[in-house]
Design a protein around this ligand. Structure first.
Ligand code: NOJ
Length: 557
């Protein structure tokens, strides 16, 4: 397998609005990130993916960009950003920019021009359609609820927005749009960024016949089959690669919800000429696919389905394309609350267990801010505490229409809302968890006195130090990066275990995903193996053993 720096990296995702506020306005900022670079260096990560920091009306917290070449004023200035690059590079930390080019903000200059008249030079930068029988051009629903079409009085036509109505979709069929995007990407590469995380990049090409979508349990039709992995997406990405990516030594990861193993190889195969890796979401979307209202459910994840999916991606991408490894991000609930157990009795052990399971796999691991502390869901029980557009719009749509009982929908938000991951980073036990000296834009999780970076830095057995050790093991041992993956106990409903092999070396990872003891037998080839890391005390690592609740360890030979 070809060796690359991005295969050997560990990425840390920063959600800037909630990371660290240096000026007391309640919103995280660039200088706040710079203040914490030493913390990140100590953790051991060597790449940062920072969610969008460009000019934006913040309808979707920056995923609605109104100027691709300006820093959002509340985050700082271009000088601050340049300083961040310099300071990160000085510590041998690379920085990925979040590239959001499926859509812009409706306040972007291109859109302001585009909506002025049908013959404006920017008209075709977006997707405009005439009404059909006085209504929307088709029945597609947007990702955040409501129709995916918005009527504009000025020219009496509809524009497409797969996300909020303040996020009109760019028309990638238009060559000028693509050139604008490539020029902008070069602008940032020339400034010295080290790569891109590409927002919903699988949605940039739309089926130009715009057919009706299938209606499920909700009110609108599904645009999925016509916009996700659309007809020209690979052609566009190959062009982007030729024009921009291939000219720089950078890392690229595409957000490709709904991607299959076959599609993933087209996007990120060793020789695809498109991207380095993709995020697949099967393991975090599994529970949603079988219930009525997608992710809005109180159902707990199904461990065996989860394990099967994780194993499938390990086995089937092996040697063909490269995995991204993650259990959480700014769109997902907190991983310890979802896949582990955030009850104080098990939170620490289960957070370490999850990290062990993920970090010893093949692929590039992503740590989402606060995950290294075992931060939990916030479980807001009042709608007024929520800030996320998706949570608020869906609550209104599903309860107003009578499709969902308000109390039940509130329970769904408490478990599934994106705001669970967006509460401020918990730095210490002072007011507002040390995130800000002012009033935070979203409430701090009340458990910050028990869960915070300061106390974990002082405790050698903390989750923070456990992550640090996992990252160090990956840096020291090629087998963790390049070793072949072989699962054990496929059908077991508590244990997730696997072997990695590279030449003569062997690595065994064992995790108990349940709060009950679990019996297993250590394979003979690991007799006299050395334990590299474990989350609980254990005397013997040989023969038949009984794992304690959420126990995890890694053996090496
Ligand atoms: C995916 C991003 O991760 C999410 O936060 C955002 O709302 C949508 N794309 C739209 O940009």
């Amino acid at each position: 397998m070809k060796k690359n720096w991005w295969k050997e990296s560990v990425v840390y995702q920063i959600y800037p609005k909630s990371f660290n506020d240096s000026n007391g306005d309640g919103i995280g900022d660039i200088n706040g990130i710079i203040e914490k670079l030493d913390y990140l260096k100590e953790l051991g990560v060597n790449v940062l993916w920072i969610s969008p920091m460009l000019e934006s009306p913040q309808d979707d917290n920056g995923y609605d960009i109104s100027d691709y070449r300006r820093i959002y004023k509340d985050y700082g200035t271009m000088e601050d950003y340049e300083k961040l690059l310099e300071e990160a590079h000085r510590r041998e930390i690379k920085v990925l920019m979040d590239l959001v080019v499926n859509h812009t903000s409706d306040e972007h200059q291109w859109f302001l021009e585009s909506k002025k008249s049908k013959d404006n030079p920017y008209r075709d930068y977006y997707i405009w359609k005439n009404p059909v029988n006085g209504k929307e051009p088709n029945n597609w629903g947007g990702v955040f609820g409501g129709s995916a079409w918005e009527y504009d009085d000025e020219t009496q036509m509809y524009y497409l927005h797969l996300f909020s109505k303040k996020q009109p979709d760019l028309n990638w069929e238009n060559e000028k749009v693509r050139q604008e995007v490539y020029d902008m990407m070069k602008f940032w590469c020339d400034k010295g960024i080290d790569g891109f995380r590409m927002d919903v990049i699988s949605m940039i090409s739309k089926d130009q016949s715009f057919p009706e979508g299938k209606v499920g349990s909700g009110l609108y039709g599904d645009f999925g089959p016509y916009c996700v992995h659309g007809p020209r997406v690979h052609e566009f990405l190959k062009e982007m690669n030729r024009e921009v990516l291939s000219k720089y030594d950078i890392m690229t990861v595409g957000e490709t919800s709904g991607v299959t193993i076959e599609e993933a190889q087209k996007y990120a195969g060793e020789n695809s000429g498109e991207l380095n890796m993709v995020f697949q979401f099967e393991h975090v979307e599994d529970a949603s696919q079988h219930v009525e209202f997608g992710k809005w459910t109180t159902a707990r994840y199904d461990f065996k389905a989860f394990k099967k999916t994780m194993i499938k991606w390990q086995e089937q991408l092996q040697g063909k394309a490269w995995n991204s490894l993650f259990l959480g991000n700014h769109d997902q609930p907190r991983s310890v609350s979802r896949f582990g157990n955030d009850n104080p009795a098990y939170r620490e052990t289960s957070a370490k267990m999850l990290a062990t399971c993920l970090h010893m796999m093949q692929g590039t691991p992503y740590v989402y801010q606060g995950e290294e502390l075992g931060m939990t869901n916030v479980y807001f029980d009042k709608l007024e505490d929520y800030r996320d557009i998706e949570s608020i719009q869906y609550y209104t749509e599903l309860t107003d229409s009578g499709l969902m009982d308000p109390d039940y929908m509130m329970k769904c938000l408490m478990l599934r809302s994106r705001d669970n991951a967006r509460t401020p980073m918990q730095w210490n036990d002072s007011e507002q968890a040390g995130f800000t000296k002012g009033q935070p834009w979203i409430k701090v999780n009340p458990n910050y006195k028990e869960i915070n970076a300061k106390s974990q830095l002082a405790d050698p057995d903390s989750i923070f130090h456990y992550y640090q050790k996992l990252i160090r093991i990956r840096k020291e041992k090629d087998i963790v990066v390049y070793g072949e993956f072989e699962p054990l106990y496929r059908e077991d409903d508590q244990i997730f275990a696997y072997i990695r092999r590279l030449g003569e070396e062997r690595l065994l990872t064992v995790c108990n995903f349940s709060e009950h003891p679990a019996e297993m037998e250590i394979p003979e080839e690991f007799t006299k193996a050395r334990c590299l890391i474990s989350n609980l005390e254990r005397k013997s690592f040989e023969g038949k053993i009984v794992l304690k609740p959420y126990e995890a360890f890694v053996l090496y030979k």
